[in-house]
Design a protein around this ligand. Structure first.
Ligand code: PRX
Length: 689
């Protein structure tokens, strides 16, 4: 990829336009929901010109305790006209858990259909869960949460690995009107504590331990440390509202029978707070009347990195999210009832929320729920699972594709992948080389590669091809989904027509868009709506080509995307400067062959402190402890000084160019001390720390 300069004058990777488009639908999609591009255009037109009718049709498939009487959609996207808000089918009453489970069991006769094939980290652990079983387990969990005092509107923190209990707990919350806040089980105790505190959760659900590959992680220990931290904060602030009353602990399947592994575990236990999941569920009824809630009641909070360093609690509400995840799942994967669908994401991220839990279940789909990692116990694990369950729709991240590419074709050739029909990707720009490998080697040139662009905030796919309909260009997320109206603006907020490059924004809401930042309307408005009044600002750069296709060029704020996970540079900098030897730190991204981007950190030490290997290890540990292993820096450079403007602002553009060894630095006249740049270049890291 060749670097191009975006409208903010930052260098971002510019996707190269391929010479060829791909349209491999012949014979594969005889019954496609959208058979060709003209059909797509017609439905898209209806969705934007007659949105009321369009969404009313979609809503008809769902169960409503009380139908909508008012408007379908009310919103304000313009900060100059008052508060920003989005309301979809306000006043209608429903329950999303009822819609994704009971409706399938009782109205669609899918009770005996498999909802999930759970495949553990170890190939010896697996379990099949039908819709009947899922419903019963969710009801049991819902009743158990009620026994603990959880009511409508309460927040429940979930810190679990990819085990069935994670799905049970989130759906149980939805059933009783509680709000789940799932924290990815790779986050540190500090990150977990921060999220529990921000959402004021009073219940935490976790597990004793988990194996990730061959690495044992004592989750309960991390959770206990988080609760300990929380107690210290409470004792200082005297705010009992921050208190977690109960911590429910799932005994992981891997440690139920394997006494050797159990012995290795030392599960910290606090009798006044901790309770085993099995003890809590013992004797609890497996029937539970759903709580009928308003369309605009909150469904969940999910934290995503913020450019100030403090994560933002993205709030999604019930009906809009339900309709949108359900509809996107159906069309984007061209879902049919005999499909076996597999999304390799973790439910701790939005991809898992929308396309492992809610979207597939709303369609009555059969999914694989995978706990493991792509290369354990061998590099063919993903391909083995595709063969084992005859997976037809497969959804993964570019970083996983790039990792597996390194092992070549041979591991795939041992398995039968002929069941595959659609290959999806998500989370970061996919480089054409990875796209083509996915297409040629995994899909054997039969399956379209569906590059879905979206965000935690968008709830579901917003730019995406449709399998039978959209001619594909490697590296492009192609066209907007139904109801989505993108625009490209320049720095002055002027809308650019035709071929253009600039800020990607959306001019109107679609049902699945976020409703706010938990407890912080000001941050919601300033992050997404203040820069360009009247538009939702994604924070991504984007190019539109002559065919109207959209190409995401990467973030244009201080965020990085490491292996498909957004991280804020400010958050990593805050972790580094907590080290007693560090005076100042600046973090930028550097391209990485597998992770897409990685962290390159510049640290300025306090007087008389020495930069050495021990310090580097301590800094890496500090970041892991504060944020989690995903944020571990790849490069740490000693920086006697940082390039700053006369007003003291760090010029990150220059640091990025040093990290990437780009010598043509352009105009440096605003720098207070240009000599610092030479010094930094002479000391730049070639090899990872
Ligand atoms: O920069 C874009 C990138 O990931 C960001 C959203 O991250 P997150 O909220 O963690 O959600 C990830 C999963 C939906 C976006 O702002 N991104 C996501 N998908 C793509 C992408 N960049 C390019 N192409 C994509 N398909």
């Amino acid at each position: 990829m060749s670097p191009v300069s975006d409208s903010t004058n930052r260098v971002v990777p510019g996707p190269q336009e391929p010479e060829k488009t791909y349209h491999p639908s012949d014979g594969l999609f005889t019954d496609a929901h959208v058979p060709d591009f003209d059909a797509y255009l017609a439905i898209y037109k209806k969705s934007t010109e007659e949105p009321e009718e369009f969404w009313a049709d979609v809503a008809q498939e769902f169960y409503w305790k009380k139908p909508r009487s008012g408007q379908m959609l009310q919103y304000n996207f313009d900060v100059n006209k008052g508060n920003i808000y989005i309301k979809f089918m306000e006043g209608a009453k429903t329950n999303i858990c009822y819609n994704v489970l009971d409706r399938n069991v009782h109205e669609r006769n899918l009770g005996e259909k498999v909802a999930y094939y759970w495949e553990g980290n170890s190939p010896n652990h697996h379990q099949t869960i039908t819709y009947n079983q899922l419903l019963r387990n969710v009801c049991r969990c819902a009743n158990a949460l009620k026994l603990l005092g959880v009511k409508k509107g309460d927040r429940v923190a979930i810190y679990l690995p990819m085990i069935p209990e994670l799905v049970y707990t989130m759906l149980a919350c939805a059933r009783i009107g509680a709000v789940h806040s799932i924290v990815f089980a790779g986050f540190s105790s500090e990150s977990l504590c921060e999220r529990i505190m921000d959402a004021q959760c009073n219940i935490l659900v976790t597990a004793d331990s988990v194996y990730r590959g061959d690495k044992l992680i004592n989750l309960k220990k991390i959770a206990s440390e988080a609760l300990e931290r929380l107690r210290i904060v409470i004792s200082v602030s005297l705010s009992m509202a921050l208190c977690v009353q109960k911590c429910v602990v799932v005994k992981h399947h891997a440690f139920r029978t394997n006494s050797d592994a159990s012995n290795k575990l030392q599960t910290p236990w606090d009798e006044s707070c901790d309770i085993w999941w099995d003890d809590l569920m013992d004797g609890v009824s497996d029937e539970c009347e759903p709580e009928w809630v308003d369309s605009e009641d909150p469904l969940f909070i999910l934290y995503t990195s913020g450019s100030t360093g403090k994560p933002k609690g993205v709030v999604h509400t019930i009906t809009g999210y339900m309709l949108y995840t359900s509809l996107t799942f159906k069309y984007v994967f061209d879902y049919h009832h005999d499909d076996v669908y597999w999304c390799t994401a973790d439910i701790g991220w939005i991809t898992g929320h929308s396309y492992i839990t809610y979207g597939p279940l709303a369609n009555g789909a059969t999914s694989v729920l995978f706990e493991g990692v792509p290369v354990y116990p061998h590099v063919g694990r993903l391909w083995e699972i595709i063969e084992k369950y005859a997976v037809s729709k497969f959804y993964t991240a570019p970083t996983a594709i790039r990792l597996l590419m390194k092992y070549g074709k041979e591991p795939l050739q041992r398995y039968d992948l002929s069941s595959l029909r659609v290959l999806g990707t998500v989370g970061e720009p996919i480089n054409p080389e990875a796209w083509l490998w996915y297409y040629d080697v995994v899909g054997q040139q039969r399956c379209p590669v569906i590059d879905t662009f979206w965000q935690t905030e968008t709830g579901g796919h917003v730019l995406t091809p449709l399998p039978a309909a959209t001619p594909l260009k490697p590296g492009s997320a192609t066209c907007p989904f139904f109801g989505v109206q993108p625009a490209i603006l320049n720095e002055h907020g002027e809308e650019l027509e035709g071929e253009a490059e600039g800020y990607l924004v959306f001019r109107k809401p679609w049902p699945g868009i976020m409703r706010g930042v938990y407890g912080n309307q000001e941050r919601f408005e300033s992050t997404y709506f203040r820069k360009f009044p009247g538009f939702y600002v994604t924070g991504d750069g984007c190019r539109r080509d002559k065919d109207g296709y959209y190409w995401i060029t990467g973030r244009i704020d201080d965020m990085l995307n490491v292996s498909g996970h957004l991280l804020s540079t400010a958050e990593v900098e805050a972790a580094l400067t907590e080290h007693p030897s560090v005076a100042e730190a600046a973090v930028v991204s550097r391209p990485h062959a597998v992770k897409g981007e990685c962290l390159y950190c510049f640290v300025t030490l306090k007087d008389h402190k020495e930069f050495n290997r021990t310090l580097m290890e301590e800094l890496k540990r500090k970041v892991r402890e504060k944020i989690g292993p995903i944020a571990t820096p790849d490069f740490i450079q000693n920086a006697p000084g940082l390039p700053k403007t006369r007003s003291g602002k760090i010029m990150r553009r220059v640091l990025r160019q040093i990290a990437r060894n780009e010598k043509d630095l352009g105009d440096l006249s605003t720098l207070a001390d240009p000599k610092v740049v030479e010094v930094l270049f002479s000391q730049r890291c070639e090899a990872a720390a």
